[in-house]
Design a protein around this ligand. Structure first.
Ligand SMILES: [Fe+2]
Length: 409
């Protein structure tokens, strides 16, 4: 068998230029870090996640479809993988006996075991480097079952999708947006025989990768045999304009002392006799003054803080759950040296710094013990928690920044 294809710089440059958001792609036998997660490990992650759901009596994170119909959350708890299934195929045997057509979806499975997360970020980091960081986020789901068609029929999402089959063969049938516009009956369709000749079929097995752009209408097809597939959706439905609007809104919110919270606006005259409006009420005059006083530095700092907070989530929707409880004696180190705690110097107050991890944003003092500790952690060292920094470090721990470090005697 030929050695796996490498996703090297040359590949990604070509991908960004010719494929991304333009056309589908099927790659055979690719060397991707995600291949390092075996079917056995996936099964163990599923059981771990399912055990947590059963314990909390909440199936959040799992979806289950029977004959294309979504099961109720209470029902989902009854059909999740169990340790006694022993393997993905064991789980499938149990399900198959109950349901001739089922589909289990687990969102964000990799969040269960953070030690495996870098296998995903190795892939997404390369992707983002070449096509840009998603303004919304990426989502990694696991789809498994013997379902013959995607439970919701032919559809389109606002995300580009990479699929990585783990077990079994996957087939995805795609149509262009132009074709579906002319043939609207394809929307949510399960039978589309006459449209097949206008579709493109992507086929993939374990080790292969497929991609389709966010505009592609698609449906998964199978002959009813078992398959398990990773699916990475990269959402592209949030514009730069929306990002800027959000940041400006939070900036204006921070100026609430100037911006009146009154529900009415006082005025002298609304319009003159001819109906012409010329007079701006005083509240607006004040707001203009406030906007004019905003400095380049303040805008720079606001946008940089907002960008730092955004990229601190590494492009993922959910922040991983961690249960690391710190004490003043804890030794901690970064969970991954590839995921440092981000920080920036304030442009306005030279003594102020901001730290960010996993969507959390924390204010600190430049050169403080906390700042020094974070720089040491980012340099790959294991550090002891200082009592006075405990509270702030716990926030970063909750956001998934740390693992317990080696105790240095
Ligand atoms: Fe989809």
């Amino acid at each position: 068998m030929a050695s796996p294809a490498q996703l090297d710089q040359k590949f990604w440059t070509g991908f960004a230029r010719n494929i991304w958001e333009k056309k589908p792609l099927a790659l055979k036998n690719v060397q991707s870090s995600l291949r390092e997660i075996s079917a056995d490990e996936i099964f163990k992650l599923l059981v771990l996640f399912a055990d947590r759901c059963r314990k909390l009596n909440d199936s959040e994170g799992f979806k289950f479809y029977i004959d294309g119909f979504k099961a109720d959350p209470e029902e989902v708890l009854q059909v999740l993988p169990e340790k006694s299934d022993k393997s993905l195929l064991g789980y499938h045997e149990r399900m198959k006996a109950l349901f001739p057509d089922y589909c289990l979806v687990c969102d964000e499975l990799l969040q269960v075991n953070l030690s495996k997360q870098h296998l995903l970020t190795d892939f997404t980091d390369q992707l983002y480097q070449h096509v840009g960081f998603p303004n919304r986020f990426s989502e990694m789901g696991l789809y498994l079952g013997n379902y013959r068609k995607t439970p919701f029929g032919v559809h389109v999402d606002s995300c580009g999708v990479f699929s990585f089959p783990v077990v079994g063969k996957k087939k995805f049938r795609l149509w262009s947006p132009e074709y579906v516009k002319k043939n609207p009956s394809l929307d949510r369709a399960f039978s589309y025989e006459k449209h097949k000749k206008h579709s493109e079929l992507l086929e993939a097995g374990p080790g292969d990768i497929t991609y389709w752009p966010s505009s592609a209408w698609h449906i998964a097809e199978s002959d009813g045999s078992f398959s398990a597939t990773w699916s990475l959706g990269v959402w592209v439905d949030k514009s730069h304009k929306e990002m800027v609007t959000e940041t400006l809104k939070s900036l204006l919110d921070s100026h609430s002392e100037t911006l009146s919270s009154m529900g009415t606006t006082r005025f002298k005259t609304r319009h003159n006799q001819s109906g012409e409006v010329t007079e701006l009420p005083p509240a607006y005059q004040q707001s203009i003054e406030m906007l004019q006083k905003m400095t380049q530095q303040e805008l720079q700092e606001t946008f940089l803080k907002s960008w730092m907070k955004h990229i601190s989530s590494q492009g993922f929707k959910t922040i991983p759950h961690t249960t690391l409880k710190l004490t003043a004696k804890s030794h901690i180190s970064l969970r991954s040296t590839k995921s440092p705690i981000l920080w920036q110097q304030s442009q306005i107050s030279k003594s102020k710094v901001y730290f960010s991890f996993g969507g959390a944003l924390i204010e600190g003092t430049k050169g403080s013990s906390l700042h020094k500790l974070i720089l040491s952690l980012n340099a790959g060292k294991s550090c002891q928690v200082d009592k006075k920094d405990l509270q702030v470090l716990q926030l970063l721990a909750d956001a998934g920044a740390f693992s317990r470090g080696e105790v240095i005697l």
